[in-house]
Ligand binder design. Structure first.
Ligand SMILES: Cc1cc2nc3c(=O)[nH]c(=O)nc-3n(C[C@H](O)[C@H](O)[C@H](O)COP(=O)(O)O)c2cc1C
Length: 206
């Protein structure tokens, strides 16, 4: 795709500081209506990684820019606050997705997937995407509106992660609200931001 023609390769060695993601694969394997039919929660992850080009597409569908000229995204946010940020937990480290460059920036080295939640499948999924609401981007919202709209905005992102998986034939996911919010905030040194949901993503048997 022309938007990301410069994106060379994912080719990430251990704890690479910046990962330039490949261009997202558009024109997916399933039409949207079939993906909606296939959407369901999976918790039984089987062996196998999330392929680099698929991680790229997943992140782009969740929070990527589909109108880079105006920095607007695949998922809507109230008043275009764009407060939902994606932290990607993998074996080699935790990365922040930067939609404007379609890159991952290293936040923290090492495998911290199991610290996200007590639920046992967090150790099995190769990728755990944590959706964080960055309240610094919602300074003109009162507290009640901020809490309401950040939760709503998070839902759109979560659904796109489900739809990526449903359209892929390979992957499954589960939206998880039962997560260790304090531990995640401490780990990521979050300030004025809230971990909202986590999505373990991995291969599943259909
Ligand atoms: C906001 C939200 C939070 C959820 N939290 C969890 C969770 O912590 N653990 C879990 O196993 N499933 C969780 N789920 C998944 C639901 O249990 C699941 O969506 C529901 O049972 C319906 O199944 P389906 O997604 O296959 O339609 C959550 C779903 C949503 C939407």
């Amino acid at each position: 795709m022309a938007l990301f023609a410069v994106a060379a390769s994912f080719a990430a060695s251990a704890q690479e500081k910046t990962i330039q993601l490949m261009a997202p694969e558009l024109g997916g394997e399933q039409p949207l209506r079939i993906a909606c039919e296939m959407r369901q929660t999976y918790r039984d992850f089987i062996a196998g990684d999330v392929r680099e080009e698929h991680l790229s597409t997943l992140l782009w569908m969740a929070c990527g820019e589909n109108r880079p000229d105006v920095h607007k995204r695949t998922t809507p946010t109230a008043r275009n606050a764009q407060e939902i940020e994606l932290y990607v937990f993998m074996k080699k480290g935790v990365y922040l997705y930067r939609p404007e460059k379609h890159i991952l920036s290293l936040v923290l080295g090492g495998d911290h997937r199991k610290e996200v939640s007590q639920q046992e499948f967090f150790g099995k999924a190769p990728v755990v995407v944590v959706l964080v609401a960055n309240f610094d981007k919602m300074k003109d919202f009162d507290t009640a509106s901020r809490d309401f709209y950040s939760a709503v905005d998070c839902g759109y992102v979560s659904q796109d992660i489900y739809l990526f998986c449903a359209s892929s034939d390979l992957y499954g996911t589960v939206a998880c609200g039962s997560i260790n919010r304090e531990a995640i905030s401490k780990l990521l040194k979050l300030n004025n931001a809230k971990p909202m949901l986590a999505h373990p993503v991995g291969r599943v048997q259909r």
